[in-house]
Design a protein around this ligand. Structure first.
Ligand code: KG4
Ligand code: ZN
Length: 353
C-alpha cells in the first residue's frame, strides 16, 4: 500500500511536468518546465511548437524528478502518464517517454485522464476526503461539474456549451494588453484588485437555463466590446498606460472576474442540490484546475459551499494548475485497485512511429 512509489508524467498542454509520489501521499519530487516564452510569442498554445518544446525537455524533466526524489527507475512501482484529453501531439511526447521508461525497467503503466487527475489530487491534499464527493473543475479547456461516486465512476452534472472560464480569463488578459509571459488568469486577477467590480455592467451567462451548464463565449464578447468602447489598445502595454487608461482596464478586469465567478456560483449552488438528491452523504466539494488557484474564486465558492453545509477542498495553487503530482497520485489510486497495464515491450525509442 503505502510503500508504492509512482512516477507521473503530464504533457497534455503547454507545461512539461513530472513528479514522484508515494502511496501515503508524500510528494517526493515535483518538476515543471513551462513554455512561457512560446506563450508570449504566439499569444496562446501552438500545438506544433508546444510538441517540439516538450520533446526538448521531457528527458531532463523526468530525470530531474527522479534525482530530486533520490530514486532511480528501479525503485518505482509504476509509471503513470496523462493520455487525454489534451493536444494529441503533446500527449504523445509524454506517453512515448512513459513507455520507454516502463519498457526498459519492466514497470506497469497507468493511463490517466487529465480531468480525473485534477479532481483526485484533492484526496492527496485532504486525507479525509472520501467518496462520494462533488467537483468543479475549471481550467483553460474545461468547465466541469462532476459527482464522483467512487474511483472511476463519475456523473457529469454540467459542462460548458462553448468556452471554459480559463479561456475567458486568457482572452481578457490578451485584449487588455496584459503581460502574456505567464497565463492570462493570474494577470487579470492581479489587475482586478485595483478595479471597481461593479463599474462595468456584464450580464451573467445562462441566467434562465435551469441546468448546471456553463457558457463563457458571450461574456468574452461582452468584454471585447467594453474594451473597444473604452478605446483600449491591447498593443499598448499596461506598464506605460496613463492613469485613466489603467483604471479603465482594471475596472474591466474586476467586472469581468466578478461576473465570470458569479456564473460559477449560481451553477454550483444548483449542482450541489442535484448531487445531494443522488448522494445524500456527500460532505465535500472539490474545486480544482488552473482557475481554482484564483483567490477570488476560492473565496466566493467557499461561501456557497459553506452555506450548503459542505466543506470546500481546494488544492494549493501548484496542484491546481497542470502538474505531475496529480498524475502520479491518480496513477497510484488506480494501481492500488489493480487497474493498470502490463509493462510494454522493451524496444528502442526509434522503433516507435
Ligand atoms: O489546469 P490548467 O493549468 O491547464 C488546463 O488544463 O487548461 O489551467 C490553465 C488555465 C488558464 O486558462 C489560466 O489562465 C487559468 O487556468 N488560471 C487562472 C489563474 N491561474 C491560472 N485563472 C484565473 N486566475 C488565476 N489565478
Ligand atoms: Zn489542466
Amino acid at each position: 500500500g503505502d510503500n508504492l512509489v509512482v512516477l507521473g508524467i503530464e504533457t497534455s498542454c503547454d507545461d512539461t511536468a513530472a513528479a514522484v509520489v508515494r502511496g501515503n501521499g508524500e510528494v517526493l519530487s515535483q518538476v515543471i518546465s513551462s513554455q512561457a516564452d512560446l506563450l508570449a510569442q504566439y499569444g496562446g498554445v501552438a500545438p506544433k511548437q508546444a510538441e517540439e518544446a516538450h520533446s526538448r525537455v521531457i528527458d531532463k524533466v523526468v530525470q530531474d524528478a527522479l534525482d530530486r526524489a533520490n530514486l532511480s527507475e528501479k525503485d518505482l512501482s509504476a509509471v503513470a502518464v496523462t493520455i487525454g484529453p489534451g493536444l494529441s501531439l503533446c500527449l504523445r511526447v509524454g506517453v512515448r517517454k512513459a513507455r520507454r521508461v516502463a519498457g526498459e525497467f519492466n514497470l506497469p503503466m497507468v493511463g490517466v485522464h487529465h480531468m480525473e487527475a485534477h479532481a483526485l489530487v484533492a484526496r492527496l491534499v485532504e486525507q479525509e476526503l472520501s467518496f462520494p464527493f462533488m467537483a468543479l473543475l475549471i481550467s483553460g479547456g474545461h468547465n466541469l461539474l462532476v459527482l464522483a461516486h467512487k474511483l472511476g465512476q463519475y456523473t457529469q452534472l454540467g459542462t460548458t456549451v462553448d468556452d471554459a472560464i480559463g479561456e475567458a480569463f486568457d482572452k481578457t488578459a490578451k485584449w487588455l494588453g496584459l503581460d502574456m509571459r505567464r497565463s492570462g488568469g493570474p494577470a487579470v486577477e492581479e489587475l482586478a484588485l485595483e478595479g471597481d467590480a461593479k463599474s462595468v455592467k456584464f450580464n451573467v451567462p445562462m441566467k434562465n437555463h435551469k441546468d448546471c451548464n456553463f457558457s463563457y463565449a458571450g461574456l468574452k464578447t461582452q468584454v471585447r466590446l467594453a474594451i473597444e468602447a473604452k478605446d483600449i489598445d491591447c498593443k499598448h502595454p499596461l506598464s506605460s498606460a496613463t492613469n485613466e487608461d489603467r483604471r479603465n482596464r482594471a475596472d474591466i478586469a474586476a467586472s469581468f472576474q466578478r461576473v465570470a465567478v458569479l456564473h460559477l456560483e449560481e451553477k454550483c449552488e444548483r449542482a450541489i442540490d442535484w448531487a445531494l438528491e443522488l448522494e445524500p452523504s456527500i460532505k465535500h466539494m472539490v474545486v480544482s484546475g488552473g482557475v481554482a488557484s484564483n483567490k477570488y474564486v476560492r473565496l466566493r465558492l467557499n461561501n456557497i459551499v459553506k452555506n450548503k453545509e459542505l466543506k470546500l477542498v481546494c488544492p494549493p495553487p501548484s496542484l491546481c494548475t497542470d502538474n505531475g503530482v496529480m498524475v502520479a497520485w491518480t496513477g497510484l489510486e488506480h494501481f492500488r485497485v489493480g487497474r493498470y497495464d502490463p509493462p510494454p515491450p522493451a524496444i528502442e525509442p526509434e522503433d516507435y512511429v
